[in-house]
Design a protein around this ligand. Structure first.
Ligand SMILES: O=C1O[C@H](COP(=O)(O)O)[C@@H](O)[C@H](O)[C@H]1O
Length: 258
C-alpha cells in the first residue's frame, strides 16, 4: 500500500472549510478517545481564517474545553502586535467561540522573553515539556494534529528553504533571527517535532501557491523545500487541503472529497 501524503483539492473555500471541519472533528474525537485531551498546534498566515468556519465555531460536537492549542511558530512580538500569530488566531477564531461555551486552553509565548529569541524558544519548549511530559522521559512531543501553512517559497512554520534550522535535531523549539519573511525574529517547532505528530495537515489556497505546489508534489524530492521535507518525514500522516487554484497544473493524484 502506498504511504504517500493525501492531496485534496476543492473548487471553493466553502467545500475546503467543510472538509477541514470534518477532519478536525474526527481527529478531536480520536484524541479524546485516546487521552481525553486534544493537543493541536496551529500556524499563522492564512490558516486561522480557513480553520474558523461557522461549522467549527458553532458545532455542539467540538469540545473546546478539551483543546490545548499551541503555536507551530510565533513571531517575537508582543501578543497584541499585528504580526503576532497569537493575535491573529485570537481575532479570527478564539474571540468568535461563543462565550457561553467552555473555552480552550491556549499556550502563547512568554512576552517577557521577547528580547532574546533563544530564551523565548527555550521557554516555549519548557511549556511543551509541562504539557507533554518531561523531556528526559519522551524524546519528542506527540501532537494529535499540527495545522500548517505553506508559503509561496515552500516554507512552513518558520522553517525556511535551505536554512540551517532544517537540520536542528535536538531542540523541540528553535529561534530564528534571520527570517527571510518579516519579522526577522521568530521561534518555530523544529522539523522532527512536526514530523512526529500523529497527523499533519497543510492548508494552501490561491493562485500564488500553484508554482510551489508543483515543486513540492511533482519535482524530485520536492526540491528539498521545507513542506516537502514534512511530506517525506510524515508520509501518509500528512493531508493537504487546497483549492483548485493552488493545485492547478499539479500532476500528483488529487482527491476532491474526504
Ligand atoms: O510567516 C508565516 O507564514 C506561513 C505561511 O503563511 P500563508 O499566509 O502563506 O498561509 C505560516 O504558516 C506561518 O505560521 C507564518 O508565521
Amino acid at each position: 500500500m502506498s504511504k504517500q501524503p493525501i492531496l485534496y483539492s476543492f473548487p471553493e473555500n466553502d467545500a475546503l472549510q467543510d472538509a477541514l471541519f470534518t477532519f478536525v472533528l474526527s481527529h478531536q474525537n480520536s484524541a479524546l478517545h485516546r487521552h481525553h485531551v486534544f493537543r493541536i498546534a496551529v500556524s499563522g498566515g492564512s490558516l486561522p481564517k480557513m480553520l474558523a468556519s461557522e461549522k467549527l465555531l458553532t458545532s455542539p460536537e467540538i469540545q473546546w474545553d478539551k483543546w490545548q492549542i499551541f503555536f507551530a511558530d510565533e513571531r517575537a512580538v508582543p501578543l497584541d502586535h499585528e504580526d503576532s500569530n497569537y493575535a491573529l488566531l485570537k481575532s479570527e477564531l478564539l474571540d468568535k467561540i461563543p462565550a457561553d461555551k467552555p473555552q480552550p486552553t491556549v499556550v502563547p509565548i512568554d512576552e517577557k522573553q521577547l528580547n532574546n529569541t533563544q530564551e523565548l524558544a527555550d521557554n516555549y519548549e519548557q511549556a511543551l515539556v509541562r504539557y507533554f511530559a518531561a523531556k528526559d522521559s519522551v524524546k519528542l512531543p506527540i501532537f494529535d494534529l499540527i495545522l500548517l501553512g505553506c508559503g509561496p517559497d515552500g516554507h512552513t512554520c518558520s522553517l525556511f528553504p535551505e536554512h540551517e534550522l532544517l537540520r536542528e535535531n535536538i531542540a523541540w523549539v528553535a529561534p530564528i533571527d534571520d527570517s527571510p519573511k518579516p519579522p526577522k525574529s521568530r521561534i518555530t517547532l523544529t522539523l522532527p517535532v512536526v514530523t512526529h505528530a500523529l497527523t499533519v495537515a497543510f492548508v494552501a489556497t490561491g493562485e500564488g501557491k500553484k508554482e510551489v505546489m508543483r515543486k513540492i508534489f511533482d519535482s524530485e524530492n520536492g526540491e528539498g523545500l521545507p513542506c516537502a521535507l514534512v511530506n517525506s518525514g510524515s508520509r501518509d500522516r500528512v493531508v493537504w487541503f487546497c483549492d483548485n487554484k493552488a493545485t492547478e497544473g499539479v500532476l500528483y493524484q488529487k482527491k476532491s472529497s474526504l
